[in-house]
Ligand binder design. Structure first.
Ligand code: EPZ
Length: 436
């Protein structure tokens, strides 16, 4: 998807099933490479980052196939050096470091890519591995890691999601018990542990700040991927932005508590069961300050969509982004729609306006692109978002799903001069470029 066109001003109404979580599926795919044998992932989202990861695994000798949201792969054998061009397309390729290290005792991992949200260093990953006796050398853009991890305790000074996941995967091949103190507590960490324990691992404490693992023989398993709490938040923000009424199914509202509290304070009526949720949007008022942080705080990935939802809310909403140093890149585009946003460092203040108008925007990252979609849906008139391939990375079947909710959207493939609908049958590209 290269360019998306949106004719806004219509309330979103209807029911959607939430897809499997991108940020659970990607570490699960790396984990499957750490486990000799066949793995089946159910509810695995058909998104571009999954397609890229599948291509990475294929290059390592791990064949896979995906039919809808069922993905099967066979990691009986796996190499040690992933393709650099593919690895450079997403952040989660770095998780192959722990996975391959646990399998082989060495790995050569190209530096990862992913959304540009700041420096995104790897110091916590690497110092954690070194604390487990792994020798790490970064040379010519490749991380050369040598040595099977020993047992021991790793202290994370910040609850990095990726570092926690990487250390869990490396610990699968450790020579003794491993304890990760200061671990991230995101639901995706617990989902990873549920899968690995189904594979025979012995993990306790996942979802708390202390994860304990003892070595155990591993085998393939079947696992249903956790619902995507950020995709769910995005849809709820789109419904709130457009004054709509949306029911989401197959989700875990408990994983979205800070988002739901904020939308409720802003004037939305929310009813929920354990796996479904209905939001009825009203006239929105500024709900107070939004401070992002590690789980269970307000999720940084929902910051941009929430900002889009509150552009018409009466009053001033202050956003404080504490996780990434450069995660307001969507603000310029939202201003083009007529939004009133002041930015200073990690603080953005949004003053609600009476109306937004269509504009031309260019996506810069996945969640910023989602914010542009939410805002364009609430604007009067036609908007255009170029570089829309960012959306393919994390939102499967987006155009069709938006249309089922009554949105007037279409896309403009790169080579066509006419507006056509785009049938999302093929998986996303795997060469880093947007689809043709
Ligand atoms: C994961 O990224 C998610 N990605 C991100 O979602 C999410 O925003 C982030 O966690 C925080 O929740 C996936 O799960 C694939 P971190 P990750 O390590 O693991 C700093 C999306 O839109 N840090 O918890 O990279 C880092 O720079 C994506 O779906 C270090 O300083 O996040 C950042 O400021 C975007 N050194 C903070 O910690 C390190 O070694 C949080 O990073 C590692 C991280």
């Amino acid at each position: 998807m290269d360019t998306i066109y949106i004719n806004g001003g219509r309330p979103l109404r209807g029911t959607l099933a939430v897809q499997g979580s991108k940020n659970a599926a990607l570490p699960l795919l790396a984990a499957a490479a750490a486990v000799p044998g066949k793995t089946v992932l159910l509810h695995c989202p058909p998104i571009r980052d999954v397609a890229v990861t599948r291509a990475l695994l294929h290059g390592l000798g791990v064949p896979s196939r995906q039919s809808g949201d069922r993905l099967e792969l066979d990691a009986s054998d796996v190499g040690t050096a992933p393709d650099a061009a593919l690895a450079g397309q997403l952040r989660s390729s770095v998780l192959l470091l722990g996975a391959l290290l646990s399998r082989h005792g060495h790995a050569e991992i190209p530096l990862p890519g992913g959304c540009v949200l700041g420096a995104r260093p790897l110091d916590l990953h690497l110092s954690g591995l070194e604390a487990l006796g792994v020798r790490v050398l970064c040379e010519d853009g490749v991380l050369h890691c040598q040595g099977r991890p020993t047992g021991g305790t790793v202290h994370l000074p910040y609850p990095s999601v990726g570092a926690t996941e990487n250390l869990m995967l490396a610990a699968l091949g450790a020579s003794g018990p491993v304890c990760i103190c200061g671990a991230a507590k995101e639901p995706e960490i617990r989902d990873l542990a549920v899968f690995l324990n189904a594979c025979g691992a012995n993990i306790t404490g996942a979802g708390s700040d202390c994860v304990r693992m003892t070595p155990a023989p591993l085998h393939g398993a079947s696992h249903r991927v956790l619902p995507d709490r950020i995709e769910a938040a995005t849809w709820l923000c789109a419904a709130a932005a457009t004054g709509g009424c949306l029911t989401l199914t197959e989700l875990r509202p408990a994983h979205l508590r800070p988002v739901l509290e904020l939308l409720s304070r802003a004037g939305c009526e929310i009813t929920q069961t354990e796996t479904t949720l209905t939001l009825r949007a009203g006239a929105l008022t500024a709900p107070g300050t939004v401070v992002t942080g590690p789980y269970p705080a307000f999720p940084t990935d929902a910051q941009a969509p929430m900002m889009a939802a509150l552009l018409l809310a009466e009053g001033i909403t202050q956003f404080e982004e504490t996780v990434f140093e450069n995660r307001f890149r969507h603000v310029c585009a939202l201003r083009a729609l007529g939004a009133s946003i002041d930015c200073t460092g990690r603080i953005a203040s949004v003053r609600g306006v009476k109306a937004l108008h269509g504009a031309a925007m260019s996506a810069t990252d996945l969640r910023g692109a989602a914010a542009m979609v939410c805002a364009a849906l609430s604007a009067q008139g036609e908007s255009r978002i170029t570089q829309a391939w960012h959306l393919d990375r994390g939102y499967g079947d987006l155009i069709r799903r938006l249309r089922t909710l009554g949105a007037n959207v279409w896309i403009e493939p790169k080579q066509s001069s006419r507006r056509t609908t785009w049938n999302r049958t093929e998986s996303g590209p795997t060469n880093g470029e947007p689809p043709p």
